[in-house]
Design a protein around this ligand. Sequence first.
Ligand SMILES: C[S@@+](CC[C@H](N)C(=O)[O-])C[C@H]1O[C@@H](n2cnc3c(N)ncnc32)[C@H](O)[C@@H]1O
Length: 296
Amino acid sequence: MKEGTPSRTAAWVAAARGLGMALPAHARIAEDPFGLAFSSPALSALVGRTGSVPAWALTPGLGDFVLYMQVRTRVLDDAVRAFVAAGGRQLVLLGAGYDCRALRLEELRESTVFEVDHPDTQRHKLAVLARLGKDSPSRHLRWNFEADPLGTLPKALTALGHDPNAPTLTLWEGVTMYLTAEALDASVRMIADYSAPGSRLAMTYLHSRRLAEPTWSTRAIAAVVARAGEPWRSGFDPDELHDWMTVRGFGVARDESTADAAARLLPRAYARRVADSTRRVALVARESVAVAQRVP
Ligand SMILES: C[S@@+](CC[C@H](N)C(=O)[O-])C[C@H]1O[C@@H](n2cnc3c(N)ncnc32)[C@H](O)[C@@H]1O
């Protein structure tokens, strides 16, 4: 991240969630009425004035990204709903960015949501929500993953009211690709530290193949995010993820590409546009899972 500047990538993904409002109801599988407020002031003013999201949001390219974000958001929303239905009441959003699940999801009304992010991003998020007149029910932890000692994060969460003896669902959405292999290792061990039995971790990641054998479009996207100060650094091989997680106290319960999730969740004409199988979502559980369910 560029010091003194809120995350640009967080703004882009939030905007894409907001642009999903342009989709017809049968293809809209996740709704984020707050996302556009974190995009450019001109775009959010335009939508505020006209009351609708412009149709160009769905043109090839941008529209494909909007659909990908619909799928990623819905898969993680479903993970939240399943956790709450199973009795879980604590959520940690690591690298929360402009995630407004605490405001969006009715199911979280009885839960405590902890949002951990860089001070610059968090400051901007709270300013935007204040401008919208929204009081976030989340508890906020300002944390610089590059500077603050990771090992002390569980204690900082406890100080905010997190109960390390009760199950926690951690969402790690759109973050793993920006971390080094060492930071991934330290982060998952730290998550295991504050995760009681019954806890889960839902994370998005890039297939390592994408970084090892980049296509021209991967090179282009990687250049854009690097210029924003958030270069892609890491991926995982899905065949190795279960073993990697097991030695760190987690087992993979589900792991699928967003292309497969799209085929499951979206009407076919829209699902076809989420064709990239190197973007993945994994749901891992604190107790090790004997048989991992993975869609190759
Ligand atoms: C792509 S955004 C994802 C945001 C959110 N999870 C989502 O999917 O909408 C990456 C997030 O990582 C955070 N981040 C990047 N570097 C960080 C650092 N050194 N310390 C804390 N947070 C950082 C950014 O502030 C940003 O919110």
